[in-house]
Structure formats: C-alpha cells, structure tokens
Design a protein around this ligand. Structure first.
Ligand SMILES: Nc1ncnc2c1ncn2[C@@H]1O[C@H](COP(=O)(O)OP(=O)(O)OP(=O)(O)O)[C@@H](O)[C@H]1O
Ligand SMILES: [Mg+2]
Length: 366
C-alpha cells in the first residue's frame, strides 16, 4: 500500500538556523493554534500546545490584513507558553492555493527543478513572478516513461502576509505549507497503521470554512472547501435567541444563555447541521468514488477543527453519510509532555489537527 506524504514549502526563505527547535502555527480566521513537537527516536513528543483568539477581521479573504494584531497574538501565544523555539512552520489556507496535476517526461530531479517553472507557466493562471511555486512527484506513470507531478502555487502577496506577521512577532518562518497537506500528514502520523485501508475522509470544520480531503489507501484523491463553518452555527443562534455575537458564541459552546441553562441548543443548531452535512454528503458522493473499485466506498470519516465539537453535528453527519464518523485524535500516536493541559489532548484536540500535521514538518524533509 503506497502512502504519499505531501510535503510542500511555499516560503522563499532558504536559510534556517541549526539551533533551536520548531514551532507550528495554524493561523485561522478566528484563532491561532500553536503546537510544538520534538521529533525523537522514540517518535513524536508534544512539548507545548496553546490557542488564542485572533482579533476580529485581522484575517480576511484568506490573508492577514492586520499584521500587527496577528503578530501581537503570536507573541502572546509563545510567551504565555514559554516556547523557546523560534523557527516557525505555518501554512496558507488551501483555498488560496492553485494546485495542478501535470504529466512530465521522466527526468532527474535536477532537470525537473530547472523545467518546472516553464511547465507551471503553461498551467498556472498567474504571472510566475507573482507566485511562490513548489512541486512534488506523485508517481512514475506510463510504464516509467512519465512523471505525475503535483504543482502548487500561491500568490506572493498571500504567503507574505503570513510570513510578515510571523516575522513581526520576532520569529522566523522556515516552512510555509498548505493546511490541506498538514491534515494529510496528521492522518499519516496517527492512522497509517490502521488495518483495512480503502477510502477515508478528513473533514476539518473551522470558523468560516470546512475542508474535505479524501484519501484512498493513504493517497489524496480529492481536496476541496465549503464556505461553511462555526460562524454559521453562531449566526443561527444569534437570530434565534436575539443574542450578541459573543452571547451566541457562548451559547453554542457552553449551552448557557445569559448565564442560564435549559435551552435546547442542539435543536436550534439542527437546521445548520443538516445543511452542512448535506453539502458534505454531496461533495463526498461526487468525488468519493474516484479511483476506487465498485463497492469500495468511504470507510470512515475523521472530524476535526474547532467546530467538530458542535453539539449534534457528528451524529448528524453519521446519519446522513451512513459511515462511521469519528472525532480525529491528532496526537493519538504522539507522546505528550506531562505539563500539557489534559483538555487540549482530549476534548479540544480536534482543533489542533492542522497544527499537529504542521508540527512534524522540518526543512528539507521532502
Ligand atoms: N465546544 C465547541 N462547540 C462548538 N463550536 C466550537 C467549540 N469550540 C470552538 N468552536 C468553534 O470553532 C471555531 C473555531 O475553530 P478553528 O480554530 O478550527 O477555526 P479557524 O481555524 O480560526 O477558522 P478557519 O480555518 O475557518 O479560518 C469557532 O467557530 C468556534 O466557535
Ligand atoms: Mg483553521
């Protein structure tokens, strides 16, 4: 069974220090998740975990629009958690990235490096000087005469908005990955030894977006985004109960309205859960059979992101998709330092799925 670790680096920074560790930052539209993992002979070890909210609207349209606010949050996050590592692994959102699968004649790596920009110029609808580009060979095909190559490009303006905020926080961005691929690496690190194989889905539900990744025997066959997330759940409570944004957020997470219990929040969230589950079902039905034998459909779904915990959502997905839907455990195969808050590796762990995948990336690990 082949597995395919998708390891991209869209940062243009090539030098990195030999000293000091690495810290992963998953910079989302509502919060920044920090994961510091060491890679030892005995496996992965989580050294610190933390999360802080991002000031409203500091991140818009998939980029950082207020570097100072984001930098201040990052600085607080590493200071409060006493993180010594200064080299940062982060990611741009998959929806900001242009991905193309191309075929190229079989060639050596050095040749490929030299030819890739020319090829990219033909298929990427942006001027090459305006994008950061990376690629990875997926497979040798056509009896070894050709290469199946995945090209990834992101506008410099977008990637720089993230790296500048990280630098403004006094840290050094050494890898800029893509959040989709971090999810795949999280799965690989924790679940690749699961018996069976076949098709699994990774569904990551954030504040504004939901990403859907389908893996067939560990190989990515589809990734896409839906413009749905936790904000839609909060908005529905805001309308239903006539609450402020903060009030709705609290009601969604704690079940309390104005400090009082007894509201059926799950019932109020049900129409939004149903809509989201239906959108996911449609996406999975459309793409979930690509490359699989008849009857070899989806085996399981792993649910992650801060909104994975929305009351009733997991059960709703299970009911509509008719497959087991499990909460992802991003640190399942990791050792975890004793000082880490248990909550982060139990209930809150799904929110760290992208962060966990980023935290095991290192420069040059293609
Ligand atoms: N216990 C909970 N129940 C329901 N929703 C929750 C809970 N905890 C957090 N959330 C929601 O999770 C969302 C934040 O998740 P996450 O940190 O994954 O998003 P993000 O990365 O900031 O967003 P995006 O990736 O869409 O830009 C918010 O909408 C928040 O309300
Ligand atoms: Mg996110």
């Amino acid at each position: 069974m082949g597995s395919f670790l998708t390891k991209f680096n869209l940062s243009t920074l090539t030098s990195f220090g030999r000293n000091g560790g690495f810290v992963a930052l998953d910079i989302g539209s509502s919060s920044i998740k920090m994961v510091e993992t060491s890679i030892e002979r005995g496996g992965y070890r989580v050294l610190s975990l933390g999360v802080l909210p991002v000031p409203l609207d500091a991140i818009q349209n998939n980029m950082v629009v207020n570097a100072k606010l984001v930098a201040d949050t990052i600085r607080r996050l590493v200071q409060e958690n006493r993180v010594k590592s200064t080299q940062v692994v982060s990611a741009v959102p998959g929806r900001a990235v242009i991905m193309k699968r191309i075929e190229m004649p079989m060639q050596e790596e050095a040749e490929l490096d030299a030819n890739i920009e020319f090829e990219a110029n033909n298929v990427i609808p942006e001027r090459m000087e305006n994008v950061n580009l990376d690629y990875q060979v997926v497979n040798a095909i056509a009896g070894g005469s050709k290469l199946d190559v995945l090209l990834v490009a992101v506008k410099k303006e977008i990637v720089n908005s993230y790296t500048e905020a990280i630098e403004e926080a006094g840290l050094k961005p050494v890898i800029m990955d893509v959040d989709y691929f971090a999810m795949e690496n999280m799965y690989e690190a924790n679940y690749s030894t699961e018996p069976g194989g076949g098709m699994v889905g990774l569904i990551h539900i954030g504040a504004r977006y939901t990403s859907v990744t389908l893996l067939n025997n560990g190989m990515s066959t589809f990734t896409g985004d839906l413009p749905f997330g936790g904000d839609d759940f909060s908005d529905s409570l805001k309308r239903e109960l006539n609450l402020s944004s903060e009030g709705a957020e609290t009601a969604k997470i704690t079940g309390m309205v104005d400090g009082k219990k007894g509201f059926d929040i799950e019932a109020m969230l049900k129409p939004t859960s149903e809509n989201l589950a239906e959108e996911i079902r449609r996406t999975v039905t459309l793409y979930g059979t690509v490359g699989t034998e008849e009857g070899d459909g989806l085996k399981a779904i792993y649910l992650s992101g801060g909104s994975a915990q929305t009351v009733g959502l997991r059960a709703m997905l299970e009911q509509q998709l008719v497959v087991p839907v499990r909460m992802a455990e991003p640190f399942r195969g990791f050792n975890v330092d004793k000082k880490i808050d248990r909550h982060f590796i139990t209930e809150d762990a799904p929110a760290f799925a992208v962060g966990a995948g980023l935290s095991i990336r290192r420069p040059g690990d293609k």
